[in-house]
Design a protein around this ligand. Structure first.
Ligand code: 13P
Ligand code: SF4
Length: 322
């Protein structure tokens, strides 16, 4: 609508004036996933790994991070001299909030010497206590690369179980898990996917690592498809001969897929991440307007320098691995 187009114009002008870039995750509302080149506001759209890499390369003084807080923190950890602004501090994550640095210290005391892998969906304070980070894209390879028969993987229990199923087969390793869950992906129960498979028997199933392990074992056995990261899902659709897909992931990834593959059909039970949806064109504009003014404190990511340095090491290890 006209109001949206006005906001887009103002955001584009303010980005230039204030030397800012916009990084956006694939779970953003569709209007925030359009790049500048295509008439939108984003400089880069990606999954959590690609956004981390993109953050290391930003030359501009200011990064407007259209994603959730743990992602904006990761950008700040990697590129600390930049101002990183999150358009809404309400953009949390049920996984990141499920565990603290103190929880990790206790886990390590209970399992001395066992390496700790933290999913990137954790806060800086948690990352500061771990050996290496991973995203959904490199978790399996990173977990497999460790020596020894035990590994602590946190905080997503379902993802841990899904990884465990693969790792056990290939390496015999056991994962020690935490009890976190993604409030979006945990809703893709076996029953929900099964019901859709009955209605669309020819469809392939695309599920994120964070869905329940039973969903993965049952639905992938029944039809084709994959369990993987956001980018794995996007890539699989491009390579698959199938025409119909059932998506077990965030609703707006469905919009992204429809835009990328207009000739294919996507069945998407629309479950939106309430945290990602805190970010809008309005809030993005508000953060840009605040930039350089006293109001900007409400948007700025601030980290204790000791924590930042401790959290940098496991992220850097992950990037070196990738
Ligand atoms: P990706 O690592 O696939 O971008 O996923 C991020 C996320 O929040 C999944 O729920
Ligand atoms: Fe966190 Fe799940 Fe939302 Fe991703 S989709 S930000 S894991 S709550």
């Amino acid at each position: 609508d006209a109001h949206m187009l006005e906001m887009v114009d103002e955001i584009r002008a303010l980005k230039k004036e204030k030397n800012a870039v916009v990084l956006a995750h694939f779970y953003m509302p569709a209007e925030l996933q359009i790049t500048e080149a295509d008439g939108g506001v984003a400089d880069f759209v990606g999954d959590s790994l690609a956004l981390s890499v993109a953050a290391t390369k930003v030359q501009a003084d200011n990064i407007i991070f259209c994603g959730v807080k743990f992602m904006a923190e990761t950008a700040k950890i990697l590129n600390p001299t930049k101002n990183v602004l999150l358009p809404s501090m309400l953009a949390g994550c049920s996984l990141a909030e499920s565990i603290t640095g103190e929880d990790v210290r206790q886990l390590k005391a209970k399992h001395p010497g066992v390496p700790v892998i933290a999913y990137i969906n954790t806060y800086a304070e948690t990352k500061a206590e771990v050996d290496i980070c991973c995203t959904s894209r490199n978790a399996l390879e990173i977990a497999k690369s460790f020596e020894g028969d035990k590994l602590i993987f946190l905080p997503d229990e379902f993802m841990g179980k899904n990884l465990q199923a693969r790792i056990k087969e290939e390496t015999g390793k056991n994962l020690i898990l935490w009890s976190g869950a993604c409030e979006v992906h945990e809703q893709f129960t076996p029953q929900r996917i099964k019901g859709l498979q009955l209605q669309y028997p020819g469809a392939e199933v695309l599920v994120h690592w964070e869905v329940p392990d039973q969903t993965v074992s049952e639905s992938l056995e029944r039809g084709g498809g994959i369990v993987g990261s956001t980018s794995d899902i996007i890539r699989h659709v491009g390579e698959s001969k199938a025409h119909q897909f059932i998506l077990g992931s965030e609703c707006d990834l469905g919009a992204t897929l429809r835009g990328m593959y207009p000739q294919k059909e996507f069945i998407v039970p629309c479950i939106k991440c309430p945290h990602m949806k805190q970010i809008s064109l309005e809030r993005t504009l508000a953060s840009l307007r605040a930039l350089g003014n006293p109001e900007e404190v409400a948007f700025l990511i601030k980290l204790d320098e000791t924590i930042r340095q401790k959290a940098y090491a496991p992220i850097e290890r992950m990037l070196a691995f990738s």
